[in-house]
Design a protein around this ligand. Structure first.
Ligand code: FNR
Length: 369
């Protein structure tokens, strides 16, 4: 369908499903094992109900925010999704260019199919970019990569901590990886490609499973970028992260692609915010709590913000937007979300994101243990 018939982020997924190659669809859409967690990522949002407030003069509504010190037109950032060229010849550059036009922040994946420098070169001079890091067994490679990113102006480092080994994504494993798949040129970090275990496993064998809390000071010693741990699920680990002196966490299950039957980030948010509140001011300007997984509507984002999230990441929503429509698709996705924020905030009675407060949601069905 023509782009102007796309009405929401779900529509991009429906188009991607029928237009992508079988292999790209398998890699992008798959989740681990029985795909329970990916289902819950969506379902969790549907168990949170709004408590809208009325008569508040919502003529002017503002949904812009600051994420890790960077201005963002949306309380949403583009989360890292690997191998963009499986779905579109321009790969991740579609995201970079659209993000520039709309003031949105892109997280560059370690396993991008465009090189890191190609992506940074495609960005506007002051366009904020984040970097997602898979830590290499060979630490000198990681050190060079991180320090190069900092030199090139990347504003924050998101270290992925939920993937010491890649999850079993069986849809993807039924496909064989071919080295030059769709021209996917995975960067210098990749080594030891195994050709018979699906795309994800083929490209991830460099990742270091020995990574531990003891390594955090080393990251802090090699970069001044804020460090965020991507893939936290429990209050215990949220506290360890806080005490380690990092600048934030992402409550994420990697889009359902890692440990199946782990809970959704949204469900974990309430307990994690509660425990962080015992450790200092809240919201804490020095410690951000992000959520990702299953976010497809501005109303989803508003629920997470009401429950204490600083901002929210979207992976597949933007990925599917560029697979079918390139850069214009991503621009359309931003515009759709903006329209949804305007309407939902008016109907909710919030003129800005500070006014999106816990009392605006009823999450009692979320954690009915
Ligand atoms: C991902 N994600 C991911 N995360 C990461 O830290 N490094 C990576 O290389 C990737 N690659 C990747 C590929 C694909 C195809 C998907 C769908 C996801 C996880 C991603 O950053 C984010 O956590 C989820 O995508 C969020 O869930 P939704 O928005 O896709 O439902």
């Amino acid at each position: 369908p023509p782009l102007d018939e796309i009405l929401n982020l779900h529509d991009f997924e429906a188009v991607a499903k029928v237009t992508l190659s079988e292999k790209a669809w398998a890699y992008y859409s798959s989740a681990s094992d029985d795909e329970i967690t990916i289902r819950e990522n969506r379902a969790a949002y549907q168990r949170v109900w709004f408590r809208p407030r009325i008569l508040r003069d919502v003529t002017v509504v503002d949904w812009s925010t600051t994420i890790l010190g960077q201005r963002s037109s949306l309380p949403v950032y583009i989360s890292a999704t690997a191998l963009g060229k499986l779905g579109h010849p321009d790969g991740e550059l579609n995201l970079t260019r659209a993000a520039a036009k709309h003031g949105v922040i892109q997280m560059i994946p370690t396993l991008a199919s465009c090189s890191f420098d190609e992506i940074v070169d495609a960005a506007q001079p002051n366009q904020p970019l984040f970097l997602q890091l898979y830590v290499n067994r060979e630490r000198s490679i990681t050190q060079r990569y991180v320090q190069h990113a900092e030199k090139r102006g990347v504003k924050a480092l998101f270290i992925t901590v939920d993937a010491p080994q890649l999850g079993r994504r069986e849809k993807d494993m039924r496909m064989k990886f071919v080295g030059d798949d769709a021209g996917a040129k995975v960067q210098e970090n990749m080594s030891g490609v195994k050709k018979d275990e699906g795309v994800a496993r083929a490209i991830s064998s460099f990742i270091d499973p020995s990574l531990s809390w003891k390594d955090i000071p080393w990251f802090q010693s090699i970069t001044k970028m804020p460090i965020i741990l991507k893939g936290v699920s429990t209050p215990e680990d949220a506290i360890l992260a806080f005490e380690a002196g990092v600048q934030g966490i992402v409550l994420s299950n990697h889009g359902g692609r890692q440990l199946d039957t782990s809970r959704s980030g949204l469900e974990n948010l309430i307990d994690i915010v509660a425990v962080l509140k015992t450790r200092g001011p809240w919201p804490n300007p020095n410690f951000s709590v992000f959520v990702d997984g299953g976010v497809r509507r501005a109303s989803d984002v508003l629920k997470a913000l009401a429950l204490g999230a600083t901002a929210v990441g979207i992976g597949r929503g933007f990925l599917y937007a560029f697979c079918s429509y390139g850069e214009a698709g991503v621009e359309k996705a931003f515009q759709i979300l903006g329209d949804e924020f305007e309407m939902n905030m008016r109907l909710l009675g919030a003129r800005n994101l500070q006014e999106v407060v816990p009392d605006m949601v009823d999450a009692s069905a979320l954690q009915a243990h």
